[in-house]
Design a protein around this ligand. Structure first.
Ligand code: OFO
Length: 179
């Protein structure tokens, strides 16, 4: 059985993961409309991934005897200055999510819920990976510079990364993943 404080904190994280999915959906739509099909592809895949992060927590909470609450969502921002601006915002958001997972982990430790703390290790590792991927994307965007040829190559690279991301999501069980 899960304590009320852990249940509340996990429900807050469920909201943040779902909101992350919608933030990336708005970015994907912007990239698709602004001539970056590869980046749009990657962002759409990221949208799916965040939804899986949310679903995993829903299943986990319900399995432990808590109640996952499906929250109302606010609209994500939709105005971006450039592709670099989009990915700077992705990085900022992922840093925020890393901090919120750490806070959730602290609540679990405080409540002596070591099972949940252990479960969250997956999210902590995932955040290290996500932040590092976005930092390297930002480095590549910087390297490509304003040059159209560079951006074209970069956008192609995004599609390759999106395909790899989808393959790894499918391999890990996708939206059906419970643990
Ligand atoms: Fe990258 O945010 Fe989910 O956990």
């Amino acid at each position: 059985m899960i304590t009320k404080n852990v249940e509340k904190a996990i429900n807050e994280q469920i909201l943040r993961e779902e909101h992350s999915s919608r933030i990336y959906l708005a970015m994907a739509s912007w990239a698709e409309r602004n001539g970056f099909p590869g980046a749009a592809n990657w962002l759409y895949a990221q949208t799916e991934e965040e939804r899986i992060h949310m679903l995993k927590l829903v299943h986990y909470l319900n399995d432990r005897g808590g109640a996952a609450v499906i929250p109302a969502l606010e609209a994500p921002g939709a105005a971006f200055k450039s592709l670099s601006d989009v990915f700077q915002q992705v990085l900022k958001h992922e840093e925020f999510i890393s901090a919120s997972i750490n806070d959730l982990y602290s609540v679990c430790i405080k409540e002596k819920d070591f099972t949940s703390a252990n479960y969250l290790q997956w999210y902590i590792t995932e955040q290290i990976e996500e932040e590092s991927t976005v930092r390297s994307i930002l480095d590549q965007i910087k390297l490509a510079g304003p040059d159209k040829g560079g951006m074209f190559m970069m956008d192609k690279e995004f599609s390759v990364m999106a395909t790899a991301k989808r393959a790894s999501l499918a391999q890990s069980g996708g939206a059906n993943a419970v643990t």
